[in-house]
Design a binder for this molecule. Structure first.
Ligand SMILES: [Zn+2]
Length: 485
């Protein structure tokens, strides 16, 4: 199934603009909301594509005024299988009167584009040259792309903007990809060690004798369809909008003032998909598929901190993905930027200190309570949106799922993806100090496999982590927690 490219189906509805002139020229402390007259008067030529309005970016628009932007938003019909009917996501600064999404591109990095403009290094009106950027291997389309219950937090056409909306781009529209698809060779010490010890056998194609492996990968920025996000969180769209508005100190007034704008590009981290093997086999249920969905833990993933099992789980998954690909299947690791259970690294370190300092030291029975004590909540990863990239790839069956999290397992299975086997982490890969984490998680219902069954209250209380002796005049170099003389 390929997306049908419609030629005349896109139509633009003119919103009632009678009240738009009332305060457009009203001066508000030098900030004047302005509406392009062009956008209101000219719509489309014969090809059905609206004429882009080019906003003068020197002109500040206050988004707290309901009529200040997006007076003529390009219609979006989320979930439509034809990208031309679905409509492009317009969230660039260029076409403010026709913008149909709240937020900005590039996630949290959008602030850096502001800095670049402030430093006179970036022309705010620059339109990117996308001519050589298209995906290096195809993804989709898949049936799930037209089901909002399966894809509501990413734009399934986000990697094929130039293909779907090429004639829009030619007309001067600034439409940005939210997904980029490329290839790489990756090199992990664990894989090198795996080759040296005979745990991994190089085949010269997927795994090279050096220990490098060959991957296809895709970077994805979130694009939220707010009605579906609300449904996944079992709340109303209004309550969702109000809650985000409130907890961001009003960063996005349009969440309140523009209930008709349903798309939101949130300023959060995105995700990366790594694929070993031929991505074309992913939708084939008869071909073995191994998968891990990993939430970022920079301290362990990159720097090898031994307080948790994150990097061991990740590298174990990568080895299993390589082996699956070598058997003719496919391996997928989805890497989510959800640092510190999406509470961030500062909160995470505060929790570490609380864990180590508390009465009785770091202990598995108080593992979750410490996070709650510091953050007010144990976990804000909420796996409800997590399966979307799997549906983007056309996954319907996972043969080997490498995770101990029931939350992840249940989230995936509840969207209709079948999981056959759950693969446990080999106990020898768990660092000693991470026993607190794994014991606490297993006691609270995580599934770590046979090696960690039967953890009772006594075991939970018994499992202690390393002591640093923070409050005994120690210094940062006192890494083994020994008292200093
Ligand atoms: Zn970790």
């Amino acid at each position: 199934m390929k997306p049908e490219i419609a030629t005349t189906t896109t139509t633009t509805t003119t919103r009632e603009t009678d009240n738009l002139n009332n305060n457009t020229e009203e001066n508000m402390g030098g900030l004047t909301p302005r509406v392009s007259k062009k956008a209101r008067t000219e719509h489309h030529e014969q090809d059905g594509i609206p004429i882009p309005d080019f906003h003068d970016s020197d002109h500040i628009q206050l988004t707290s005024h309901p009529d200040a932007f997006g007076v003529d938003p390009v219609p979006i019909s989320w979930g439509h299988p034809d990208p031309r009917v679905r409509g492009p996501v317009i969230c660039t600064v260029t076409h403010s009167s026709q913008r149909n999404a709240i937020g900005a591109h590039q996630g949290s990095y959008c602030i850096y584009t502001g800095l670049a403009v402030a430093a006179n290094k970036l022309d705010p009106n620059y339109v990117p040259d996308l001519s050589l950027t298209s995906p290096v291997f195809p993804i989709g389309p898949h049936p799930a792309w037209s089901d909002p219950k399966k894809i509501g937090s990413i734009d399934p056409f986000g990697h094929i903007v130039t293909q779907c909306y090429g004639d829009w781009l030619e007309k001067g529209w600034d439409i940005r990809p939210t997904i980029a698809v490329t290839k790489a060779h990756i090199d992990l010490p664990e894989c090198r060690e795996g080759v040296a010890s005979g745990r991994l056998i190089p085949d010269g194609k997927i795994l090279l004798p050096s220990g490098q492996s060959v991957v296809a990968k895709a970077a994805i920025e979130p694009v939220w369809y707010l009605p579906e996000i609300a449904r996944r969180f079992q709340t109303t769209e209004t309550h969702l909008r109000h809650s985000i508005f409130r907890m961001t100190n009003g960063m996005y007034p349009e969440l309140i003032t523009r209930p008709d704008i349903k798309i939101f590009l949130p300023p959060i981290g995105g995700l990366t998909i790594y694929i070993w093997g031929d991505p074309a086999t992913i939708p084939d249920e008869d071909i073995e598929l191994t998968c891990r969905v990993h939430d970022e833990c920079n301290g362990s993933d990159v720097f090898g901190s031994d307080i948790c099992t994150c990097r061991p789980y990740l590298t174990h998954a990568i080895e299993e993905c390589i082996k699956t690909a070598q058997r003719g299947g496919c391996g997928i690791v989805i890497y989510y930027r959800k640092e510190g259970r999406s509470l961030g690294e500062v909160t995470k370190y505060l929790v570490y200190n609380t864990r180590k300092r508390q009465e009785g030291g770091d202990s598995a029975d108080r593992y979750f309570r410490c996070t709650e004590q510091v953050a007010g909540v144990q976990d804000t990863r909420f796996q409800a949106l997590m399966p979307d990239p799997l549906h983007f790839l056309g996954v319907t069956k996972i043969h080997n799922f490498i995770s101990m999290s029931d939350m992840k397992y249940n989230a995936i299975v509840s969207t209709g993806i079948q999981i056959v086997n759950r693969v446990e982490i080999p106990p020898e890969m768990v660092p000693e100090d991470a026993m607190v984490e794994i014991t606490a998680k297993v006691f609270h219902g995580y599934n770590a496999g046979k090696a960690y069954q039967g953890i009772d209250e006594e075991e939970l209380k018994k499992t202690k982590g390393r002591e640093y002796g923070y409050d005994k005049n120690t210094t940062a170099s006192d890494e083994d927690g020994k008292d200093q003389a």
